[in-house]
Design a protein around this ligand. Structure first.
Ligand SMILES: NC(=O)C1=CN([C@@H]2O[C@H](COP(=O)(O)OP(=O)(O)OC[C@H]3O[C@@H](n4cnc5c(N)ncnc54)[C@H](OP(=O)(O)O)[C@@H]3O)[C@@H](O)[C@H]2O)[C@H](O)CC1
Ligand code: K
Length: 465
């Protein structure tokens, strides 16, 4: 579980926020609050077991000295092992307030509870060879382990693994989340992510996904005001039907399946429109009451598919592109999409993303932001860590959705869920759809198939009213 709606900042942004606070209060006071937050979490889990606190050379270590002192004062059996002398003024001050022994990290004996205060946002290179195995051993031998701010060995801004141990029980993020808490290896290394407010105001356009605030339809609502969604069917009708079903269960007022022939199947409330070609679709999409168009699920990649995609791109309507539409766009995605005036959402998985935006470098947040800015669209870059980025630089990250979502058709359901939010006029449609889709998966329990997901959307919606 990741704290919802929490700001996400890079190491440099966190340092800047800290510096602003240090201009009006001593750094030691902030470090006391950081250490106290660590001590509170550790004492919740320690249940009287002996505690080993690891202290590194910087302020992460400084937090560790504070936590150790407070835990000892509260009656816990605490030992400290340091990787070296404290190297910052604040850390030295906190080291000075510790009245017990400080052992060496390399001779430390394992204890049931471990606190990792070796490195935090100041980690700038892979853990030195001597440290990584010692830390890994101490974590493995502990019953409960808590990382201060970050597991030591995790790159703050990318989540890349610089020697971090596996098996940390929980990580207490200080002041704000960092990308490492929500991306990539961080997902496997941080354990339960907790967030401590230590009085450092943080502004960020990047946040973890929060549960959306939704509203029931007004008394005068009708099927058009709740949103007319058109899903374009292609080669594989099942995929488009899944998206249509999700749009209906996800709150759309009226869903139309634009298909070449009557492929049957799907709810009776699903309206069918015979569309044989791109020209037919172009005519149909002149209907200005349409709130969202979905193209891609099961579209296929033949000439008819190309014609349908082109008609949708040229229509001045909110458009959601998924699956085969993204493959057909390929490297020319940005060129095609920049020309559009109506809003557009892309829902690629990593393979589709890499094919469309092969020039994007760096971590997943950076690359998704670049793609959104270049194509002037909102990108929902799916994965174990789903990153949503808008052309205005907003980022939402959803991590740790059910791993059972790794089954065919769940992407079609996301596209339909998104269409319902777009057609319903939700200004945070992408974040809402990501949350609803993940919540429906959690409600569906283990081993669900994509067809089961839409029926959990109403319950997910009810939790947002
Ligand atoms: N977020 C907050 O509100 C607060 C955070 N605090 C804590 O401070 C750390 C960040 O502290 P910092 O001193 O910047 O750095 P670290 O403690 O993470 O790292 C210590 C130093 O270690 C050196 N270093 C970097 N990588 C390695 C490595 N692989 N092996 C050995 N040494 C390494 C580096 O110095 P160099 O000069 O050697 O590069 C680091 O400076 C933050 O995470 C919080 O825990 C404060 O409490 C204030 C409030
Ligand atoms: K740490």
């Amino acid at each position: 579980m990741i704290p919802p709606g929490a700001p996400i900042v890079t190491a440099a942004q966190m340092r800047a926020a800290e510096e602003a606070v240090f201009r009006r209060e001593p750094q030691e006071d902030v470090m006391e609050r950081a250490g106290a937050a660590v001590a509170r979490e550790v004492s919740r889990f320690a249940q009287g077991a002996p505690i080993l606190v690891l202290a590194g050379p910087g302020n992460n270590g400084g937090d560790a000295y504070v936590a150790a002192r407070l835990l000892k004062a509260a009656g816990h059996d605490v030992a400290i092992a340091a990787s070296g002398e404290p190297g910052t003024g604040a850390a030295r001050a906190m080291h000075g307030r510790w009245d017990g022994e400080v052992g060496s990290l390399y001779q430390a004996r394992p204890r049931p509870v471990l606190v990792d205060g070796l490195f935090g946002t100041g980690l700038s290179r892979p853990l030195e060879r001597g440290i990584a195995p010692v830390l890994a051993e101490l974590v493995a031998a502990s019953r409960f382990s808590l990382a201060i701010d970050l597991p030591s060995g995790l790159a703050t801004d990318t989540g890349a693994d610089l020697g971090a141990p596996r098996g940390i029980s929980a990580t207490l993020a200080l002041g704000a989340l960092k990308p490492a808490h929500v991306l990539d290896k961080g997902l496997e290394r941080c354990g339960h992510v907790l967030l401590a407010d230590i009085g450092i105001p943080v502004e960020s356009q990047w946040r973890s996904v929060a549960r959306p605030q939704l509203a029931p339809p007004g008394a005068r609502a009708h099927k058009y005001s709740r949103g007319l969604v058109v899903v374009v069917e292609g080669d594989m009708p099942g995929a488009a039907r899944l998206a249509a079903h999700a749009a209906m269960a996800g709150g759309a007022g009226y869903t139309v399946l634009a298909s070449a022939g009557d492929t049957g199947g799907g709810p009776d409330a699903l309206v069918r429109q015979r569309i044989a070609s791109g020209d037919d679709l172009a005519d149909f999409l002149t209907e200005t009451r349409i709130g969202a168009v979905v193209v891609g699920p099961g579209l296929g990649r033949d000439r008819r598919a190309e014609g349908l995609l082109k008609a949708a791109l040229n229509a001045n309507l909110p458009l959601i592109l998924d699956g085969d539409a993204l493959t057909l766009l390929g490297k020319s995605a940005a060129a095609w999409l920049q020309r559009r005036t109506a809003a557009t959402w892309l829902t690629p998985h990593s393979g589709e993303f890499d094919r469309m935006f092969e020039g994007a470098e760096g971590d997943k947040i950076t690359r998704t932001l670049m793609a959104a800015a270049e194509a002037r669209v909102t990108v929902i870059h799916k994965g174990a860590d789903t990153v949503i980025a808008t052309p205005r630089g907003e980022v939402r990250v959803l991590s740790r959705a059910s791993s059972w979502l790794s089954t065919a058709g769940t992407g079609d359901v996301l596209a339909g869920t998104l269409a319902a939010q777009v057609a319903g006029g939700n200004k945070q449609a992408a974040e809402a759809a990501a949350w609803l889709h993940a919540r429906a998966a959690a409600l569906a329990g283990p081993a669900f198939i994509a067809d089961a997901l839409p029926m959990h959307l109403p319950q997910a919606i009810s939790e947002c009213l």
